[in-house]
Design a protein around this ligand. Structure first.
Ligand SMILES: Cc1cc2nc3c(=O)[nH]c(=O)nc-3n(C[C@H](O)[C@H](O)[C@H](O)COP(=O)(O)OP(=O)(O)OC[C@H]3O[C@@H](n4cnc5c(N)ncnc54)[C@H](O)[C@@H]3O)c2cc1C
Ligand code: SF4
Ligand code: SF4
Length: 428
């Protein structure tokens, strides 16, 4: 049985992405006891699935590694992975949280040696790569995963594969009897950092994501550009593995549209500008890049990055919201149809690959919060007195880039510290 040591001075952080990790670490490093609950088998959230960061084009692994190190060194922080909060009762300063823990079937003895993965035969879609590749039924979610511990997929439990994995383990790390459990513990404040998810591109029917193999999303392109990703970092087409040199990006795919998401997702212009550099870096002079846009939203210092990317000679901007994409059946090329609003010319442009700059929506559905909380029209958490001791952090509150998400999370940590310090008799 898992035991969680906690009191009314404990801060519960839900979601272990960059925002949840930041809030948890900032609070734990002031001496507060923190329980961090993450539903995936590892920390890092969606940032761990990015190839590079705009605007500096550095690797996210760098910042994540620093946070993982801080987490390992802090005795005030308890981390529960494969865990979800199912209920929060009580009031500011005196909550009781119920957390459901799914079995990993692998205990702390795991050295991540990989022997179990070698003997297991079952292969399943790799969610870390958005299903673009497969992983074994015994797997390390990604190379820098924290904790560095394998997971057995529930799909292999009860099969020969599970037994083969157990027999291959020299460290007695595989426990096939692990079962789901629920733990209840007290806490004084809650930080809700459950982040965002990509808008379901298949809902944008005119763009044919569910019908045209060479229409992909921006989150998929992040994995395709990564040398550790499903294509080994080669920009090739999903349909036939052909080099994708002529690439189009469609902005506001699912955002700023009353049929889909009403809001501007704020980061997808920057994500596209960053991804234009991926295409240019891959093909140099042979790259041919088009960006279809309504307007480019590059705020504050990001404007400098926009100016820099605009200098790429192989890149052109087309001011237009495309009407539809159809497939040229002869060669698999997606053909974008629309009207260029500068000059009002109709176009039918054929590309090797089309990337939908997909919108960001809250990862938790409006009706699925296990606690009373004020949410706005888009489902993001509002800062409201009615939320009591529950505070949003990062992109659970809005579509934010990492820098802003981290700043917001630090603010949330401070508010939570004030609440639990009040519970301890110190005025916040
Ligand atoms: C294509 C694309 C490219 C991007 N590139 C950049 C970039 O270059 N630079 C930049 O600054 N920003 C970039 N961003 C934005 C960046 O991804 C976000 O700023 C960042 O992910 C926000 O972190 P977060 O922790 O708030 O949310 P997330 O990364 O979504 O983390 C939330 C965590 O909460 C967990 N969780 C969710 N629900 C539950 C639950 N019920 N219980 C427990 N845990 C839960 C999730 O598993 C996840 O680990 C990009 C976004 C996109 C779409
Ligand atoms: S579970 Fe055992 S075999 Fe598998 S990676 Fe961990 S230590 Fe190695
Ligand atoms: S950031 Fe750019 S692409 Fe994204 S919704 Fe806003 S305007 Fe559209």
């Amino acid at each position: 049985m898992t035991e969680v040591v906690a009191t009314n001075e404990t801060i519960l952080v839900v979601g272990g992405g960059i925002s949840g990790m930041t809030a948890a670490l900032e609070a734990a490093e002031t001496g507060k006891q923190v329980v961090l609950v993450e539903k995936r088998p590892y920390l890092g959230g969606r940032v761990s699935q990015l190839y590079k960061y705009f605007p500096k084009l550095c690797f996210p692994t760098c910042g994540l590694e620093i946070n993982q190190r801080r987490a390992k060194m802090n005795p005030n922080l308890s981390i529960l992975t494969m865990a979800e909060v199912t209920d929060i009762k009580g009031e500011k300063g005196a909550y009781t949280a119920s957390v459901k823990l799914s079995p990993r079937y692998v205990n702390e003895n795991c050295t991540a040696c990989g022997d179990c993965g070698k003997v297991v035969e079952a292969e399943l879609p790799d969610e870390y790569n958005y299903g673009l590749s497969k992983r074994k039924g015994a797997y390390l979610p990604y190379r820098m995963a924290h904790p560095q511990r394998y997971v057995l997929d529930p799909a292999i439990i009860g099969t020969d594969d599970a037994q083969k994995a157990k027999d291959a383990c020299k460290y007695s790390a595989i426990d096939l009897d692990m079962a789901e459990e629920t733990v209840d513990f007290p806490c004084g404040a809650v930080i809700w950092a459950t982040g965002w998810r990509p808008y379901d591109a298949a809902k944008i029917q005119p763009y044919g994501y569910d019908r045209i193999a060479n229409v992909v999303t921006s989150v998929e392109l992040e994995r395709m550009a990564d040398p550790m990703g499903p294509t080994g970092g080669k920009l090739v087409r999903p349909s036939d593995g052909k080099e994708a040199k002529k690439v189009a990006f469609i902005q506001c795919a699912g955002s700023r549209d009353r049929n889909y998401l009403m809001h501007c997702s704020r980061i997808c212009c920057m994500a596209t500008l960053k991804q234009c550099t991926y295409v240019k870096d891959a093909w140099g002079e042979e790259a041919d890049i088009s960006v279809y846009y309504i307007d480019i939203r590059a705020i504050d210092r990001f404007e400098d990055f926009y100016e820099k990317v605009k200098k790429i000679e192989q890149l052109k901007f087309i001011k237009s919201k495309p009407a539809s994409i159809v497939e040229n059946k002869a060669n698999g090329n997606p053909v974008i149809h629309g009207v260029d609003t500068e000059g009002y010319k109709r176009y039918a442009d054929e590309h090797d690959l089309v990337v939908l700059a997909i919108g960001m929506e809250p990862s938790v559905d409006k009706d699925s919060f296990p606690v009373d909380i004020v949410i706005n029209r888009e489902g993001f958490i509002e800062a409201a007195p009615e939320n009591g001791g529950v505070f949003a952090a990062g992109s659970a509150s809005d579509a934010l880039d990492v820098n802003r998400a981290v700043q917001h999370a630090t603010g949330a940590a401070l508010r939570a510290i004030q609440v639990v310090s009040g519970a301890a008799g110190v005025e916040g």
